[in-house]
Design a protein around this ligand. Structure first.
Ligand code: ATP
Ligand code: MG
Length: 429
């Protein structure tokens, strides 16, 4: 196939074999968020470029080199959203739903776009589920976000495989004081820093803490610590969060180097990381951004949120063998009809059954075929039972009811009794 007729590198089709697991994951998260009182919001996938520059920060990896930016036909610069928070803040401001201190607990789901080097767990179109909470400034809500993700890991059966890393970045002022101290320290040791870190020192010095370079990491051992620069308010907030996580029995490690790649964070930042996915180990990340709404033209409005990467979590469920058994079966009952008259009867009969059992997963054979080939399809579908409707059955207004998974002999069931019979033997989700 010519390259221009293939999918774009790093942008993947999610095939029918994979969608049951995606839907299971998304459904589990959605139910959990509903239960905690979060409401879904849906934002457009494209926004003005300026929105992301202003919110994420000009000198971040995302804005400097990862955005899909293009000119609209009328000359506006637009960008495929690289993350959800900026658009969510824009939306709540635009609709005035956080005005007057109104609390909003929101969640969103959808594709994000970043021009990164595609590899396992890192794509150019990927998907996130995220939460954003506005107008709650206490550590209790930071804790709730973490507690609900902890519950999610429990429901998915992957708690043992994730670890919570926590840090506090302090207020913008505290961070500015720390930044000055860090710059002074690192500038005196410039020649020991890798090239990337030398550049970051000028543009976004906190990101130097993120470095993977061993020499730079060695220099950082004696660098000033952000924790020593925390303002009292942030310190109290952080202690409050830790106390709540302790009370909830959620283990965590403090990672003083956790700074996150976006400019808008303040106070709490956290990441759920795993060692089951190789280099792409962060499955969920977030933090507090008390200054962001104001920075985007709104009234001062505390905010906190997180986003999780669906691809990485799906990969994890597969790697840890946590794909629920029942996902492999998408059909309960497979109806095989033979001959024109029987096919017609099959249609009306199956519609009657669906009326009575709306959750039944019933598939009718598509197209003609020998008895043998129909049966093969029925078996392959994973269905628990096959229904057989040929001329004989038609004449007697019955169907052959054949268990496909070794649960007993074939029997004859009257059409009128079929729904009731199915209700007793198919457990409906
Ligand atoms: P990383 O350090 O892995 O690049 P990030 O800090 O850039 O992550 P965030 O912007 O915090 O990531 O996004 C939240 C989550 O979204 C990440 O923890 C990850 O699970 C997922 N994610 C981010 N970028 C990608 C990507 N290119 N492909 C797949 N998932 C991603
Ligand atoms: Mg990244």
């Amino acid at each position: 196939m010519s390259k221009s007729l293939q999918a774009i590198r790093g942008m993947n089709d999610i095939l029918p074999e994979q969608t049951p697991l995606w839907r299971y994951f998304e459904g589990t998260v959605a139910r959990l968020l509903d239960n905690y009182g979060y409401r879904q919001i849906r934002m457009p996938i494209v926004e003005f470029t300026e929105l992301f520059k202003r919110s994420i920060g000009e000198v971040t990896d995302i804005v400097e080199k990862e955005m899909y930016t293009f000119d609209d036909r009328n000359g506006d610069s637009l960008t495929l959203r690289p993350e959800g928070t900026a658009a969510c803040v824009r939306a709540v401001l635009e609709h005035g739903i956080t005005g007057g201190g109104q609390v909003q607990k929101l969640w969103y789901i959808g594709p994000m776009f970043r021009h990164e080097r595609p590899q396992k767990g890192r794509y150019r179109q990927f998907h996130q589920i995220g939460c954003e909470v506005f107008n709650l400034d206490g550590p209790d809500i930071d804790a709730e976000l973490i507690v609900l993700t902890w519950r999610l890991w429990g429901e998915l059966g992957i708690r043992d495989a994730v670890k919570l890393e926590l840090n506090s970045l302090g207020t913008a002022e505290a961070r500015a004081r720390y930044r000055d101290a860090l710059v002074e320290f690192l500038s005196a040791r410039l020649e020991h820093l890798d090239e990337d870190s030398q550049r970051r020192l000028k543009t976004n010095p906190l990101r130097v803490l993120d470095t993977k370079n061993p020499d730079t990491q060695a220099v950082l051992v004696d660098a000033p610590k952000l924790a020593d620069y925390l303002d009292d308010e942030s310190r109290v907030h952080f202690e409050g969060l830790k106390a709540r996580l302790d009370a909830a029995g959620i283990p965590y490690v403090i990672n003083p180097k956790l700074v996150r790649g976006l400019d808008y964070y303040s106070k709490t930042v956290f990441e759920w990381v795993t060692d089951k996915l190789g280099a792409q180990g962060t499955v969920c990340a977030g933090g507090r951004y008390d200054g962001l709404v104001e920075q985007m033209g709104g009234k001062p409005t505390p905010g906190v949120g997180f986003a999780m990467g669906i691809e990485r979590l799906v990969l994890m469920l597969e790697a840890l063998d946590k794909v629920p058994e029942e996902l492999s079966r998408q059909v309960d009952v497979y109806l095989c009809a033979f001959g024109e008259a029987a096919e017609l009867a099959a249609l009306t009969l199956s519609e009657r059954v669906r009326d009575q059992l709306p959750n039944l997963r019933l598939q009718i054979n598509a197209g003609a075929g020998s008895f043998k080939s129909q049966f093969k399809k029925a078996d392959k579908s994973g269905a628990l039972y096959a229904l057989i409707l040929g001329d004989d059955e038609l004449a007697q207004q019955v169907v052959g009811f054949k268990p496909l998974r070794g649960q007993g002999e074939q029997q004859s069931i009257a059409w009128d009794a079929l729904a009731a019979h199915l209700a007793t033997c198919v457990v409906q989700g």
